[in-house]
Ligand binder design. Structure first.
Ligand code: ATP
Ligand code: MG
Length: 652
């Protein structure tokens, strides 16, 4: 038990709004009441049942979990399969002409790609990769934007048994080179340039700098997308269209062991040197297909749109592997959400009659900032399910999403998971779970989570602490590439036998899980551990506010004082009186202890390239320290602006 005076993390926010599923939705839902309970009775039987039902095996496994070398768990270790075969070949008879992707280029060009076409293109490119001498186990780096050749490249690698390492196209040449080096990749697949807000991002130029630096690189394969000038190094660089030209579409799917490496994906680096997260074949495929079916309630005629970038795990699991293995029809959009105008996404939903839409809180808060009129001007009535992932969603952002995108009555799934978990871990099941705005609700069937104190003991309902996952799960990371000690240290050492994700969490009186942000960001104010998420949610619950970030700044009296950074909704004016109003608003909604000492209004907040608020830098600004490394930021220029404003901020 934690010391009664100082709970691991305080519980300040109360939320009483309930959104039960409609009986109509429940009647047709993939997940049914009882799914959680059945899985809880025997979680290994649950996962083994899913694996057998959802995967087409070359050799069905006889073992579900091998925990003899925990935490180096093995799932279905004697099974054999091919992930690309599961995503493509097995659909051809019944779904060959079904659309796999409706692709929309940023400039407005479009492509419609059926499962048969995708299968052929993957076969050709897989043969091309073999033709370059690549062999099972060789690593391939992929540095691309959101074009169809990106999933083609990933699936071609999976088909031949080449682990891929996709590096987000917004990363610099240095970030790319670090990742190529870490995995000793032999090939990098890129494109001449990528469209972003009407401009060309010079991917090939960046890839050249990286390839020059990395001695492991033998070839650079270049997709012609934007037609910008590029230099092709003789012998090393090859055009994608040349390498697939004349290749047979028929490429046998390599027989892979369940525990062979499928891919490496580096975490974004918000919390230090990027870690090469290792995912393997069968457990991963089991996790993504099961969650994709139950959480998104996928039906054969849904038009499903996960608006993430494939460069992040969300795209790996819920644009590529889960949806394709489940033979669903997806939308894939190349560009920025506000190009050419702030209603681009709503236009796509209208045009393609998208029925399921999955995005991030950071995007939702941007939509709130841009104004309600943009979604209001489009027909969004095709939507029947909404999802979010990436950060805690403030209850008011949830309510906005519910009203302005969902039209009140479309279920929302707030899904908590990580690069490391491979698949969704804590989430409502639509049709089953009564949701509360801002809560990710309960662990997915077959997943077990707890909230513990410093000593690793469960805290009572109503208290906050550290989130842990206390049983292994099939789509879990297997290790950190090349660094097994760091795997054990980072994830399995803080609480013996339990996986520690690094997030704070509380459960309310009804047992609902509320994610509270990263443990590293927790603020210690006058002896109370206060989570960033609750104070930020209190600020966002004021109608003038679109987004906020809070940090603990050193304070002689209270240890730390709360410094808040606030972005207003369009049309609102940030002045002295609003500062007072917001401070009082926080005090009255969650308690005087959480009242920000200072508030700075800012146009934008520093964000990682995946769009998450980077509080560490705001802390540097608040404590007037030399600013740390800003190169991993998506919007580095905003930091100096905030620093200038913060130095003139008002206080008590
Ligand atoms: P890095 O590990 O390099 O710092 P990252 O943690 O941002 O990067 P991801 O694996 O993409 O990289 O993000 C996982 C984290 O995102 C979780 O640990 C959690 O902090 C946050 N997160 C994701 N989904 C949710 C959610 N639904 N609610 C609250 N937080 C979430
Ligand atoms: Mg992380």
């Amino acid at each position: 038990m934690s010391d009664a005076a100082t709970p691991a993390i305080s519980n300040l926010l109360r939320e009483d709004r309930l959104f039960p599923p409609s009986s109509d939705f429940t009647a047709g839902a993939n997940a049914q009441p009882g799914t959680h309970e059945t899985a809880a009775q025997d979680y290994l039987a649950f996962w083994s049942g899913q694996a057998k039902q959802r995967i087409s095996w070359f050799r069905e496994p006889t073992i579900t979990l091998d925990d003899t070398e925990a935490p180096f768990y093995k799932w279905f270790p004697d099974g054999e399969l091919n992930v690309a075969y599961n995503c493509l070949d097995r659909h051809l008879d019944t779904n060959g002409d079904k659309v796999a992707y409706h692709w929309i280029g940023e400039p407005g060009d479009t492509r419609t790609i059926t499962y048969r076409q995708l299968h052929e293109e993957v076969g050709r490119f897989a043969n091309a990769l073999k033709g370059l001498g690549l062999e099972k186990g060789d690593r391939v780096a992929i540095y691309m934007g959101m074009i169809p050749e990106l999933p083609v490249a990933m699936l071609a690698c999976a088909r031949v048994g080449l682990p891929h390492s996709v590096v987000f196209g917004g990363f610099s040449s240095d970030s790319l080179a670090d990742r190529i080096d870490d995995a000793s990749a032999k090939v990098v697949i890129t494109q001449d340039g990528a469209w972003r807000r009407g401009e060309v991002v010079p991917l090939k130029v960046n890839a050249d700098i990286a390839a020059d630096r990395c001695s492991s690189i033998e070839h650079v394969i270049v997709v012609n997308r934007t037609g910008n000038d590029v230099t092709m190094v003789d012998g090393r660089d090859l055009w994608y269209h040349d390498v697939i030209d004349g290749q047979s579409a028929d490429c046998p799917a390599e027989v892979m062991n369940a525990e062979d490496l499928l891919y490496i994906l580096y975490t974004s680096g918000t919390t230090g040197k990027p870690k090469g997260i290792v995912h393997t074949q069968a457990g991963y495929l089991t996790g993504v297909t099961t969650t994709h079916s139950y959480v998104f309630d996928i039906k054969p005629d849904d038009v499903y749109w996960c608006a993430a970038d494939i460069g992040w795990v969300t795209g790996h699991s819920y644009i590529v592997y889960g949806p394709l293995a489940n033979a669903s029809t997806g939308v894939m959009y190349e560009g920025a959400p506000n190009f050419p105008g702030p209603d681009r996404l709503w236009q796509i939903i209208e045009d393609y009659k998208v029925s399921i839409f999955y995005t991030a809180p950071t995007a939702i808060r941007a939509f709130m900032k841009w104004g309600d009129q943009h979604p209001a001007g489009r027909d969004l009535s095709s939507l029947r399910l909404l999802g979010t992932v990436g950060e805690p969603i403030n209850p008011e952002a949830w309510m906005w999403y519910n009203e302005h995108i969902g039209g009140n009555g479309t279920p929302i799934v707030d899904t908590w998971w990580q690069t490391e978990t491979g698949a969704i871990m804590i989430t409502p099941l639509p049709g089953v779970t009564t949701t509360k705005p801002g809560s990710a609700t309960f662990p997915f069937p077959g997943v077990s989570a707890d909230v513990v104190d410093e000593a690793g003991e469960s805290v009572p309902l109503g208290e906050g602490g550290f989130l842990v996952l206390d049983r292994p799960w099939p789509s879990m990371l297997r290790t950190i590439y090349g660094d097994p000690d760091r795997y054990v240290d980072t994830y399995w050492s803080r609480f013996a036998g339990k996986y520690f994700p690094g997030d704070g969490c509380k459960r309310d009186e009804d047992g609902y899980f509320w994610l509270l942000g990263r443990v590293d960001d927790v603020m210690l104010v006058a002896g109370h551990n206060i989570s960033t998420a609750e104070v930020e949610s209190a600020l966002v619950s004021h109608p003038s506010v679109a987004e906020s970030a809070v940090v603990g700044r050193k304070d002689p009296v209270t240890g730390e004082a709360i410094a808040a950074f606030v972005t207003l909704r369009s049309g609102q004016v940030g002045d002295e009186s609003l500062i007072q109003t917001l401070r009082d608003h926080v005090a009255s909604s969650i308690g005087p202890i959480a009242k920000p000492k200072s508030i700075v209004f800012t146009e934008d907040l520093p964000k990682t390239r995946s769009g998450k608020i980077m509080r560490r830098l705001l802390k540097d600004i608040s404590e007037e320290r030399q600013l740390g490394d800003v190169t991993t930021l998506a919007n580095a220029d905003v930091v100096q602006q905030i620093a200038d404003m913060a130095s003139t901020a008002t206080e008590d």
